[in-house]
Design a protein. Structure first.
Length: 132
């Protein structure tokens, strides 16, 4: 399973944070799921149809596993925020020194994830150096 690293509930918004740090310069097995999906993951696939483009759904075994933590947080957060009648934001914080195991930078990986979403306007990526 995966869960957000931090949840912030404000007056008008809910923020889910997923952080990926690790040793500087390392390749990090970031947002993916190593194991395959079981029957219980069909719920995520069904919910993903609402938020992701058709190509993501058609390649769910690969795409859903590659972006599992981000996908799951997006789906759960969207529904959680709706229950609270608040806007949601998904914020990833990464080290700019690291790369995803794919060889792409975390920013490139995050942008690729966002390109799979029908609406990525509330998804943001920050690097630790921007926070320092």
């Amino acid at each position: 399973q995966t869960e957000p690293d931090v949840i912030i509930i404000g007056k008008n918004a809910v923020v889910f944070n997923e952080s990926k740090l690790g040793k500087q310069g390392a390749s990090i097995d970031a947002w993916n799921r190593k194991d395959g999906f079981s029957d219980k993951h069909e719920l995520y696939k069904k919910r993903a149809e609402e938020y992701f483009y058709k190509e993501f759904i058609e390649n769910f075994q690969m795409e859903g596993r590659r972006f599992y933590q981000l996908m799951r947080n997006y789906i759960v957060e969207t529904n959680f925020a709706a229950i609270l009648n608040k806007k949601f934001y998904l914020v990833a914080i990464v080290s700019k020194e690291n790369k995803a195991i794919s060889g792409l930078s975390h920013q490139e990986e995050f942008e690729l994830f966002c390109s799979k979403l029908k609406d990525s306007s509330r998804c943001h990526l920050l690097t630790w150096d921007k926070l320092e």
